[in-house]
Design a protein around this ligand. Structure first.
Ligand code: GTP
Ligand code: SPV
Ligand code: MN
Length: 596
């Protein structure tokens, strides 16, 4: 099939990829429904995908990946820059020449007997000055159908690129044999190139997402004066109709999608508050003409964690999955050919197929302690399905950001919310983030690790240089910079139960954050930052939560924090002279305030 673009840079690169992987056929994705339907039909015929109940879940497809291929693989993810120090101590590194030499034989002829799909896509609204173009070649229909939901895919992306530009990200993916021993997810930031092989799962293969929109884009942002962050974007509409936008960076599976689609508690709804979703995972941020920081969501859909999502916990996310959605590694309810996952409903289906494909009695199976859906099972849902999608979602200019929020899962240390003293201190607050690990990446779950700005697995260059870039952006933005906050929804009591109700009630914390941005509420100065007075968190209509509970959620245990500073110091020491002196200064200042 003929190429879709005159751009010689694209055509030359695709020809090279064809010569390397030797597919039987090449198909350029123009984005038409006709073409996509042909692929859906083919995938259902071969069993790669399963069509779900057309009445209850119209246009929805099911897919299961190999049990060895269910999450991102951080130990097999590389940043290949010519100098090792440019990747930094938190990334796996290999010399680009060596990496290309090692991977080339794995790709040689890998698409023999297969079709190569060439996917042009835009990250960000077509025509946005912040958007960028990528081209992914892949041998997986699953990837094509997911990229269709997650990005603006098709010929219009080439129109955005133009006939001569070389500014596109080159993504080469092959599922190959899905061999975990030969699985590599490799970024070459200096070449605008991503090579991914032997996986067919999510963040490893939808190359527009973590590989481009965070790893490559963070590197581009440093060089071009903007930021690519692992952040949701939401708008809070006040009763007077004014909308304030905030971003929030939480590590994987720590509540971004939930916060982005939050439904305010009754009391707030009655007053006229609304929440609008702009993005649930990634934000690209750039100073606008008025000097403020503007954000776009480079994605066009949600690749969300399924388990735990239900009518009550996240109504809007669930509603987004009711049509034209792809489900990966959830369970099937065989009574009506729909899907199920843990906590979707109280009772699991009796007549179920668990995520690996075995037919089981769902009630007995879960009673024995098994999970029907994989903990990192996901839905890929079009953003346009979301009942609270922001009217600004496609605004090419993005939305102006008032506050940036960091957060993680901490059982004890971090309080419910605090505000940084200023941008530099806020950068420090982001840099010392820590969180318990989740099922979103392969490896142990529940281990506390440092995860600066929720970017540990996603920063495409030296994290020390990344902090320097944050400081630099603060200088450019000056007094127009967003205010920086930190939250923790996950403090537990002595029995290990979450104290804060979370979810929709997080609106109460957002309310305080917005009031701080507007300068309409006071705060208490603590060694770690400004905290609310307990009575300033609105608890109206909350069962079992008193002002004392809030006070408890806001305590700063100085001994625990001093203990924590030791681990920060150890973490910082890995960066050597790449650690900005401002960060070292902030750490010393924190220690001093805690010791007083
Ligand atoms: P990625 O897509 O991996 O980046 O995850 P995410 O950050 O979007 O996380 P998501 O919103 O999907 O939430 C992950 C898990 O956290 C789910 O099991 C939620 O039920 C749980 N969660 C989200 N918000 C809250 C909250 O406010 N309180 C509590 N206790 N749990 C929450
Ligand atoms: C994450 O792990 O942060 C995700 C899922 O959003 S993945 O696309 O697999 O990276
Ligand atoms: Mn994510």
């Amino acid at each position: 099939m003929a190429t879709l673009t005159k751009n010689p840079n694209v055509n030359k690169w695709v020809d090279e990829m064809i010569a390397l992987t030797k597919p039987d056929k090449v198909m350029w994705l123009d984005g038409s429904e006709e073409q996509l339907d042909e692929l859906r039909r083919e995938a259902c015929e071969t069993g790669e995908m399963i069509a779900l109940n057309p009445e209850k879940l119209p246009g929805c497809l099911y897919h299961r990946t190999k049990p060895n291929d269910v999450a991102r693989v951080e130990d097999r993810t590389f940043i290949c820059t010519s100098k090792k120090e440019d990747a930094g101590p938190t990334n796996n590194w290999m010399d680009p020449k060596e990496m290309y030499a090692m991977l080339t034989p794995l790709y040689d002829g890998v698409m023999k007997g297969r079709t190569m799909y060439v996917i042009p896509y835009s990250m960000g609204p077509i025509g946005s000055p912040i958007a960028k173009v990528g081209v992914e070649v892949t041998d997986s229909i699953y990837v094509v159908l997911n990229m269709h939901i997650m990005t603006r895919m098709g010929v219009q992306a080439f129109e955005n690129l133009g006939d001569t530009s070389d500014d596109f990200v080159r993504g080469l993916h092959s599922k190959a044999d899905v061999d975990p021993e030969k699985r590599y997810i490799v970024q070459f930031p200096e070449d605008n190139t991503i090579w991914s092989i032997n996986s067919a799962y999510g963040g490893n293969v939808l190359l527009g997402k973590k590989c481009f929109a965070l790893r490559i884009a963070s590197y581009q942002g440093k060089n071009e004066g903007w930021m690519a962050e692992h952040m949701l974007i939401l708008g809070i509409e006040k009763p007077n109709g004014e909308v304030k936008y905030v971003t929030a960076a939480f590590p994987s599976a720590c509540g971004k999608t939930n916060l982005a689609m939050l439904i305010p508690p009754e009391g707030y709804k009655k007053k006229g508050y609304k929440v609008w979703t702009v993005g649930d995972d990634i934000a690209w941020l750039k100073p606008g003409e008025d000097g403020r920081l503007y954000a776009i969501n480079p994605e066009n859909g949600f690749f969300g964690v399924a388990p735990g999502t239900n009518e009550k916990s996240n109504y809007n996310a669930l509603a987004s999955t009711k049509k034209n959605t792809i489900f990966t590694n959830v369970a099937i309810n065989n009574d009506d050919n729909t899907v199920w996952w843990e906590k979707l409903t109280k009772e699991p289906p009796v007549n179920a197929t668990e995520w690996k494909g075995e037919k089981v009695n769902g009630v007995e199976y879960t009673a024995a302690g098994n999970k029907l859906a994989h903990p990192n099972s996901r839905f890929t849902a079009p953003a346009e399905n979301c009942p609270c999608i922001s009217p600004e979602f496609n605004n090419p200019q993005g939305v102006p950001i008032s506050a940036m929020i960091f957060g993680g899962r901490r059982a004890k240390t971090a309080p419910l919310v605090y505000q940084s003293f200023n941008w530099q201190h806020g950068t420090f607050v982001g840099s010392i983030m820590a969180s318990e690990t989740t099922a979103a990446a392969a490896g142990a779950v529940g281990v506390v690790r440092r995860d600066p700005m929720a970017m540990l697995p996603f920063c495409g260059y030296n994290m020390g240089d990344y902090w320097a870039h944050w400081l630099e952006m603060g200088k450019i933005l000056g007094d127009k910079a967003p205010k920086i906050f930190h939250v923790n929804w996950f403090r537990t009591d002595d029995e290990g139960n979450f104290i804060w109700p979370g979810f929709g009630d997080n609106m109460r914390v957002l309310d305080w954050i917005i009031s701080r941005c507007e300068g309409t509420v006071d705060a208490v100065e603590t060694p770690i930052g400004y905290e609310p007075k307990p009575e300033d968190i609105n608890i109206e209509g909350l069962d079992g939560i008193t002002v004392d509970t809030i006070a408890d959620l806001l305590t700063v245990d100085k001994d625990l924090w001093l203990e924590d500073t030791k681990s920060i110091e150890e973490f910082y020491s890995r960066f050597g002279d790449k650690l900005p002196k401002e960060m070292a200064y902030e750490l010393e200042a924190l220690k001093e305030r805690l010791s007083k």
